[in-house]
Design a protein around this ligand. Structure first.
Ligand code: HEM
Length: 494
């Protein structure tokens, strides 16, 4: 009796947080289950989701383009997505996590129509962000006189500031923005770690309980950081002026949006608080990580191959205005070498290294070696890095050769997103769930890269002078970073 009353109390006292308590409860349940079944327990065959890996461009095409309708969802049970979605008993989906259907269409259409298709109007924001990065870097490299700079942090800060303005307008002060950036960075790193270490079993959850608790803490922190901003935007949905047009911050469009209601409201329902937070997190994370990572990899190659850097600078100098700024129109279409350099970088180092789909039924046959799978489905992982370096598709796939994307090159007709006929690279994914922001992503990368190459000379750091730039990729993670963050000698051009 004593044990029965004392233990639960002890347990509750020991468990400082709900998560601790749940984990301990889970341990007890496991122990009880073990005792109950004892040695006579035989493992029942449970339907187990299998995982298939795809590295061949032709197989990716067969699945994601020819059989797109069977590959339109990401696995609902994928961790850590599932941890983030279910809070307080409700699904808080963003675009990436929601199941294919009307809800997804409404969210994707809103992002595309209200933000992604307004690149011309957003140009002043892009230009200001690029100028701020140049100023920041000039200060870091000894007032422009030359110095070694680790580029990742100033770059990420500049890209994140741009994403924050697009999302909330001008109401976020620098301190709040820095905290938001740090919380998102930590959340993404942790989610990346969980993706590789966390399985669906209870044992795996127990082994990872500290990380799971930490991710919930970070999610709560995001709620604390975004809600005051959302409330402020709700109060005054003032408009952000763009060049020749008006662009509303993303959050304003979300506050006005109505999504299909499972109940009986024919006009739909507003987004819930948790959904708004999930969508803001997605927007800020997606718009920042991939862009900053691609610019860092590209600079590494430009330092490694100074002749490519010179050729690129020549093209940029010819297009930039007196203030060194490139028009949005030039960035979007008029600079073939800049486009080729960015495409080559994305081919070799797609910032998002893998995309995942669930598949069931006959569609599974699109994947070599698979037969039709039952309704609980199988998971298919497409390796974007392998696809971009496929030896049957690319000549010297491990060599950085932007010329292949110019007229007469082996990839002259290849764009960043695959067309209907073939897949040769897919840094923005493919099929129904491909990235909706291909044009904006390309524009952001080009905008920051062009400003950096126009304003500075990039040479190896003292360490890299002897050894060369280390192009090793960091293992794991949602975004494929350089293992050794790029440190370069940066000199302001006069
Ligand atoms: C260099 C820039 C970018 C790269 C390389 C990139 C790459 C990707 C990739 C590989 C996917 C998964 C696609 C798939 O599963 O087939 C994705 C999805 C997505 N990206 Fe991007 N992205 C970039 C920029 C952006 C930006 C700027 C935004 C928003 C402002 C964005 C929003 C999204 C969203 C919402 C999804 C989920 C789409 C869905 O599930 O329907 N991305 N991105």
């Amino acid at each position: 009796m004593h044990l029965l009353t004392t233990y639960p109390r002890l347990i509750i006292q020991l468990a400082a947080t709900t998560m601790d308590f749940l984990m301990l409860l889970a341990v007890l349940l496991c122990l009880l289950a073990g005792m109950a079944f004892g040695r006579g327990y035989t493992r029942r065959a449970r339907p187990q989701a299998t995982t298939h890996h795809v590295s061949a461009p032709a197989v990716a095409h067969r699945a994601l383009i020819e059989n797109a309708d069977q590959f339109f969802n990401r696995p609902g049970t994928s961790v850590p997505g599932s941890l983030a979605i279910w809070r307080n008993g409700e699904r808080n989906d963003n675009i990436a996590t929601v199941m294919y259907g009307p809800h997804l269409r409404v969210l994707r259409c809103n992002l595309t129509a209200e933000i992604l298709s307004r690149l011309g109007s957003l140009a002043p924001l892009h230009e200001e962000a690029a100028r701020a990065l140049v100023a920041d870097l000039s200060a870091l490299c000894r007032g422009g006189g030359g110095g070694e700079v680790a580029i990742r942090e100033p770059l990420t800060t500049a890209v994140f500031a741009l994403a924050t303005r697009m999302c909330f307008g001008d109401i976020v002060d620098a301190g709040h923005r820095i905290t938001m950036g740090e919380v998102i960075r930590q959340s993404i790193v942790l989610a990346g770690e969980l993706t590789t270490s966390l399985g669906a079993s209870m044992l795996s959850k127990l082994a990872n309980w500290r990380r799971i608790r930490r991710i919930y803490t970070l999610l709560d922190r995001q709620v604390e950081l975004y809600l005051p901003l959302i409330a402020a935007r709700r109060q005054s949905q003032s408009q952000l002026c763009g060049n020749g047009g008006i662009v509303r911050p993303y959050i304003d469009t979300l506050l006005d949006l109505r999504v299909p209601d499972d109940g009986d409201a024919p006009a739909g329902r507003p987004l819930r608080r948790g959904e708004l937070v999930a969508l803001v997190f997605e927007f800020l994370g997606a718009a920042t990580g991939s862009t900053a990572t691609c610019v860092e990899w590209t600079l590494a190659h430009l330092i490694d191959q100074p002749e490519v850097q010179d050729k690129l600078r020549c093209e940029i100098d010819g297009e930039a205005d007196a203030g060194g700024i490139l028009s949005s129109k030039s960035l979007r279409g008029g600079m073939p070498y800049l486009n080729a350099v960015v495409q080559e970088s994305l081919r070799m180092h797609p910032p998002v290294p893998v995309i995942i789909r669930s598949v069931h039924g006959e569609g599974a046959k699109a994947i070599g070696g698979m037969t039709a799978v039952p309704v609980d489905g199988a998971m298919v992982v497409f390796n974007l890095g392998d696809i971009g370096r496929d030896e049957k598709t690319w000549t010297n796939p491990d060599k950085f050769q932007p010329e292949r994307f110019l007229d007469g090159g082996e990839a002259e007709d290849i764009g960043p997103a695959p067309g209907p006929k073939e897949i040769r690279m897919m840094p923005f994914g493919a099929g129904h769930r491909r990235c909706p922001a291909v044009n904006m992503g390309m524009l952001h990368i080009k905008c920051f890269l062009a400003a950096l190459v126009h304003e500075f000379d990039w040479t190896p750091s003292a360490e890299d002078c002897s050894k060369g730039v280390d192009m090793t990729e960091q293992a794991g993670g949602f975004v494929k970073l350089m293992k050794k963050p790029l440190c370069a000698r940066v000199t302001r051009r006069t």
